[in-house]
Design a binder for this molecule. Structure first.
Ligand code: C5P
Length: 352
């Protein structure tokens, strides 16, 4: 039979909530494969506030995307069902995978049925703290949208995109912004901070799994003084001071400035999770000391760990430190922070 060009995708369309009718919508039958980079993040300071009624904690943090990344390829073709492919056995390949969940939600919101294959080339360590799974999910969402837009001329609204991301996890929306990002609420409300020049850093990923919910629970159990609101106010003040000096144009500054990111960490920011995670996993505090001994201008746990990072004055210093740390037996990689512009310029690898 000749191809009439009127092949059909089944579209959920109902004016009555809860009732789904299927009606056909014409589409171009060609399949589309989009490959993107899924960049990791670190946290430049993280303050945990009070536990809320919904069980989440108020957070105040600065997220920073970095050059370490996985590769995600999303193929959209005729048919139905979502398939995850990944050679790393630690990555779930069922519907518990964040990439699966976000693709499912996006298709449902767009009322589209397609066969989606998501290939994850894992280059980042699977350990937490770098937002790897969350970054993979956002990369999947954006690659899927690119693929569907080419074939079906359809994409999500910015509001739906943010809602879907935040529904899946508190640290997904930051990857919709990239660069240096202020995170508040439960971490899902994100505001871009001014693009800062790239800073050299070393990421260390010890073979330890830290449970984020347990770390939050430990924070609640252990810490009453200073109260959570005190630590948030303190970090808020330090961030405001840094922003006002760096960006206000106030006439106090003389001479050549160092990288503003190093100025931020010098302002005394810290990650509250260290207070509960280090006593439980002393080797993580040993990594922080090793980073400092290797010349880091600032070293910290990222998120609830187990990844840690150090910021260095130059790429050469960072590379030397990574070599030194590897000799000491740590998994260490030198990279740089990624400006928002670099993040999006480097995002798309191929689409065909
Ligand atoms: O949002 P996400 O799924 O990443 O959170 C994982 C868990 O971490 C939550 O179920 C909650 O126990 C805890 N959490 C929290 N406060 C936050 C973010 C996460 O208590 N702001």
């Amino acid at each position: 039979m000749p191809d009439t060009g009127t092949k059909r995708a089944w579209v959920h369309a109902s004016s009555r909530p809860g009732i789904v009718n299927l009606r056909p919508k014409p589409y171009n039958r060609q399949s589309m494969a989009v490959t993107v980079r899924s960049f990791a993040k670190i946290n430049l300071g993280l303050s945990i506030g009070p536990r809320r009624e919904d069980g989440f904690h108020e957070l105040l943090t600065v997220y920073q995307t970095i050059g370490l990344h996985d590769l995600i390829t999303v193929t959209a073709k005729r048919g139905s069902g979502i398939e995850i492919r990944c050679a790393d056995p630690r990555v779930p390949q069922d519907n518990s995978n964040t990439c699966y969940r976000i693709a499912e939600k996006a298709l449902h919101t767009l009322k589209i049925e397609r066969r989606i294959v998501i290939e994850i080339e894992k280059r980042l360590p699977v350990q937490g703290g770098l937002g790897g799974a969350s970054a993979n999910a956002i990369a999947t969402l954006l690659a899927l949208e690119l693929a569907l837009d080419k074939v079906l001329k359809t994409k999500l609204s910015a509001l739906d995109r943010c809602r879907i991301a935040a529904d899946i996890g508190s640290d997904l929306p930051l990857f919709l912004v990239g660069g240096t990002v202020l995170g508040v609420g439960r971490g899902e409300q994100v505001y871009p901070l001014q693009d800062l020049p790239a800073a050299a850093c070393v990421v260390v990923t010890p073979e330890v799994g830290v449970s984020t919910p347990k770390a939050f629970a430990e924070w609640d159990r252990k810490l009453t003084v200073p109260t959570p609101s005190d630590t948030m106010i303190e970090l808020g003040r330090r961030l405001s001071a840094w922003l006002s000096e760096s960006y206000s144009g106030a006439p106090f500054r003389r001479g050549r400035r160092e990288n503003p990111l190093l100025e931020l960490v010098r302002a005394g920011i810290k990650n509250d999770f260290e207070q509960v995670v280090f006593p439980e996993y002393p080797e993580l505090s040993a990594v922080k000391r090793a980073l400092e001994r290797a010349g880091a201008r600032y070293a910290s746990l990222s998120g609830s760990g187990s990844a840690l990072y150090g910021l260095f004055a130059s790429k050469q210093e960072a590379s030397k430190a990574a070599v030194k740390l590897r000799k000491q037996g740590w998994m260490a990689q030198a990279t740089t922070t990624l400006t928002r512009q670099a993040c999006w310029t480097k995002f798309l690898v191929s689409s065909f």
